[in-house]
Design a protein around this ligand. Structure first.
Ligand code: AMP
Length: 290
């Protein structure tokens, strides 16, 4: 495996991409904040299947952090990440510094709409504006034909899809199912910040989501009763502090009263100083749909 090219500025990134496009290659981008884990590697694997060359961006984006302690604590193991990219056959790593991304005078932001206003948007003010702004910039620098995102960040994926449509960005967005640990906890760069006890406790999240799925499959369609069930289950774990648990329509992310043909449960909870999110699509049996 050869080392990926490491690119540090938007102009160098644009030059690299122009060369590949001129040679007729399809460019696939995997945007990340680094601290790569098996979830990211799955995104890279998918990127290889939809593109001829794969770019991984690694940038811990200050604009999308609403807490400076979270930004400071965010892991940044760049050398390990570069090794992982080499082993995964990545062609280029775009790892711009903060100055290259946000030079003095930077003042233009992409503001998402209604999709960004509740759930994560409610509890992390400004987060999604930071996400759409950085993703638009990454699309501008890499000019990918296709970009690959995880459904782990369900609301983010919906907002990015909407931005691409609304702003005529003309690239394809691919969503990849969440990769999980042996006990079903969703892989996350933040998992490594959990204490041993909190790590053990965090399994209550996927267990609760599985219980909701079981309840829906058994015919429960009342969203309020499902949310109550989920909250009761999480309340049994004293280390979990729930921020929200919602069951919404998967495309609009709007609240629903009854689980329809498609629904998704989204949850955010704190374990110590670490905030985790997860989600699971719920499917009602055909004869129980309201
Ligand atoms: P992050 O580095 O956390 O910003 O994530 C970069 C990309 O990886 C996003 O599209 C995430 O949704 C995706 N991702 C994060 N965790 C997982 C996971 N466990 N499985 C699949 N994709 C993931």
């Amino acid at each position: 495996m050869s080392n990926p090219v490491v690119v540090a500025t938007p102009t160098d990134m644009q030059r690299w991409s122009r060369g590949h496009r001129a040679a007729g290659r399809r460019i696939a981008l995997v945007p990340t904040m680094g601290a790569l884990h098996a979830g990211h590697l799955e995104l890279i694997r998918q990127a290889h299947s939809v593109g001829d060359v794969v770019v991984v961006s690694i940038f811990v984006n200050p604009l999308q952090f609403n807490r400076s302690d979270d930004f400071d604590a965010y892991p940044r193991p760049l050398d390990t990440d570069l090794d992982a990219c080499r082993l995964a056959g990545v062609d280029a790593v775009y790892a711009p510094g903060e100055r290259a991304m946000y030079p003095t005078g930077f003042q233009t932001h992409v503001v998402p709409g209604a999709l960004a206003q509740h759930l994560e948007g409610e509890f992390r003010p400004g987060h999604f504006e930071g996400v759409t702004t950085v993703v638009a910039k990454l699309f501008g620098a890499v000019a990918p034909d296709v970009a690959v995102f995880g459904t782990k960040d369900y609301q983010q994926l919906a907002i990015v899809r909407r931005m691409v449509r609304d702003l005529d960005m003309g690239l394809e967005i691919v969503g990849v199912p969440t990769v999980r640990e042996h006990d079903d906890l969703a892989m996350s760069s933040r998992n490594r910040l959990l204490t041993e006890h909190d790590r053990a406790a965090a399994v209550c999240i996927p267990q609760m989501l599985a219980a909701l799925d079981t309840a829906v499959r058994a015919g429960q369609t009342s969203v309020s009763e499902l949310v109550e069930l989920g909250r009761d289950l999480l309340a049994r774990e004293p280390r979990a502090r729930v921020e929200y648990l919602s069951i919404v329509e998967p495309d609009t992310l709007e609240e629903m009263q009854t689980v329809g043909p498609r629904a998704v449960a989204l949850v955010a909870a704190w374990f110590g100083s670490v905030r985790l999110i997860d989600n699971r699509e719920l499917t009602a049996p055909a004869d129980a749909r309201g």
